[in-house]
Write a protein that binds this ligand. Structure first.
Ligand SMILES: NC(=O)c1ccc[n+]([C@@H]2O[C@H](COP(=O)([O-])OP(=O)(O)OC[C@H]3O[C@@H](n4cnc5c(N)ncnc54)[C@H](O)[C@@H]3O)[C@@H](O)[C@H]2O)c1
Length: 442
């Protein structure tokens, strides 16, 4: 039901005078902050990482794949602020949460970032604020985890403040879609919250798709990612089977792709990577247990996808063996540390597992990645390695070159011309000319 508070916020959104705060200025939050700024709203970026706040104050972009000038339109603008002072959350009329949602050690959801953010917002919550969660999570999080924290002060959701979920569908590195052009799902905790959140996004995003509840929006995001995880697992299994039969899985996919309906191409690889596909499906698995329901597709897909690094290492070992070389003491170069092409994002990248598994077998492993000059300490890995130069002499000095990520910057012909043995997990060698007897797909 409309009241003064609702109408006042609606009016501010319509006039673009509502202050939009974004919490968590990473791969998702920073482009979103810029999108609202670009559409004319005053914006405040919040992050606990002081280095990011300082970089933004200097007009520097720390997300390299977006280009150096990405934050320039905001820097110096009177409508832009970035801060690590969460007492300023009360200044924002709309607060959008883009903090991480990783998995714990036992594949359980780690909602500590959302919980902490909920507590931060609650401290300065005032009537007329709209809160939207964008972080990927299981259905029920917005209502069960955020709502009680925000309602603690005695304000009522739907009339004093408003709460909704709108999943982020960002695909870093993609050129054909951006924050403004990817359709935005929005579902509220109640009708008023849903309507206000949809009204807000309509000002910055071309196509907003309202759904009936926050839970539908939460579940839709998981469906999208589970669909990918399952299909990637299916095609990874096809790769293993067809390779054994001497059939090229990549040619098979190209052939199947010519069907104009009922088929969407997915591609095999050395394992799953990134913040989403290896992680998000298990959020549903965890929640499904509460209802006594198994998620067999998710578990099976996880099993197959997690077996891929071992498969690739096995293929490498066999290929070296055929050339009379043991893996013990072999020099191996891994090409690509990022989990996908042309970005510097190494989260959950299978390259780390490949390197560690090869090292455990006694190989001397180095890596090259034009986007990742050195490794840094991560939750599961601390390799302490630096990217090595990719000269023709260096390429020729390795017993095997393992292609893990097909960055556009790589000159595949040059790599094919100089490497002794190539293990190709990405079909990167498909167009190279000359001899191919040193190329093994894996
Ligand atoms: N990266 C993607 O492609 C992508 C796509 C769709 C959805 N998502 C989802 O969006 C969410 C954010 O992902 P991301 O890739 O942007 O993560 P990220 O790690 O790039 O960014 C998260 C940011 O939040 C900050 N942060 C952490 N705790 C905070 C706190 N308590 N208060 C304020 N800031 C805090 C971090 O310093 C970091 O800058 C996740 O739930 C993720 O699953 C990511």
């Amino acid at each position: 039901m409309a009241n003064n508070v609702t109408d006042a916020l609606k009016d501010k959104i319509a006039r673009k005078s509502a202050v939009v705060g974004v919490i968590g200025l990473g791969y998702v939050g920073l482009p979103l902050l810029r999108a609202f700024h670009e559409s004319g709203f005053p914006v405040i970026g919040f992050d606990i990482d002081r280095a990011k706040i300082d970089a933004l104050a200097r007009g520097e972009n720390y997300l390299k794949h977006l280009g150096e000038s990405f934050v320039k339109p905001m820097s110096g603008s009177p409508r832009f602020r970035a801060t690590d002072d969460f007492a300023r959350l009360g200044d924002a009329d709309a607060i959008i949460i883009c903090v991480p949602t990783p998995l714990g050690r036992h594949l359980e959801p780690d909602l500590s970032y959302i919980e902490r953010t909920g507590d931060d917002i609650a401290k300065t919550l005032r009537p007329g604020q709209l809160i939207v969660l964008e972080s990927t999570t299981y259905p029920g999080t917005t209502r069960e985890i955020l709502l009680p924290r925000l309602a603690e002060k005695g304000f009522t959701c739907g009339s004093d403040f408003f709460l909704a979920f709108s999943p982020e569908r960002e695909d870093p590195g993609r050129r054909d879609f951006n924050t403004q052009t990817i359709p935005k799902l929005v579902g509220g905790i109640d009708a008023a919250s849903g309507e206000l959140a949809a009204a807000l996004y309509r000002q910055a995003v071309e196509h907003v798709v309202p759904v009936s509840t926050a839970e539908v929006a939460e579940a839709a995001k998981l469906l999208e990612n589970i669909y990918r995880a399952v299909n990637i697992a299916m095609v990874n299994e096809m790769k293993v089977v067809l390779t054994e039969m001497g059939i090229d899985v990549w040619e098979v996919i190209e052939a199947a792709k010519t069907k104009p309906f009922g088929f969407q191409a997915f591609y095999p690889g050395p394992g799953l990577g990134g913040h989403c596909i290896p992680i998000d499906p298990f959020y549903l698995t965890w929640k499904a247990r509460e209802f006594g329901k198994p998620t067999r597709f998710i578990e099976l897909a996880g099993e197959i996808n997690h077996a891929m690094p071992d498969y690739v290492v096995g293929r490498t070992l066999l290929a070296l063996n055929q050339g009379g070389k043991a893996i013990q003491g072999a020099k191996v170069l891994v090409l690509g540390l990022a989990y996908k092409p042309d970005v510097d994002d190494v989260r959950e990248s299978p390259s780390f597992e490949l390197i560690e598994k090869l090292q455990a077998l006694g190989a001397a492993v180095e890596y090259n990645d034009p986007h990742v000059p050195a490794t840094h300490k991560m939750r599961k890995h601390d390799l302490g390695m630096k990217s090595v130069p990719l000269t023709p002499e260096a390429l020729a000095s390795y017993d095997a070159v393992l292609i893990a990520t097909h960055h556009a910057a790589y000159d595949w012909q040059r790599i094919a011309d100089h490497a002794k043995l190539i293990i190709d997990t990405r079909n990167a060698m498909k167009r190279v000319k000359g001899r191919r007897d040193h190329i093994v797909s894996a």
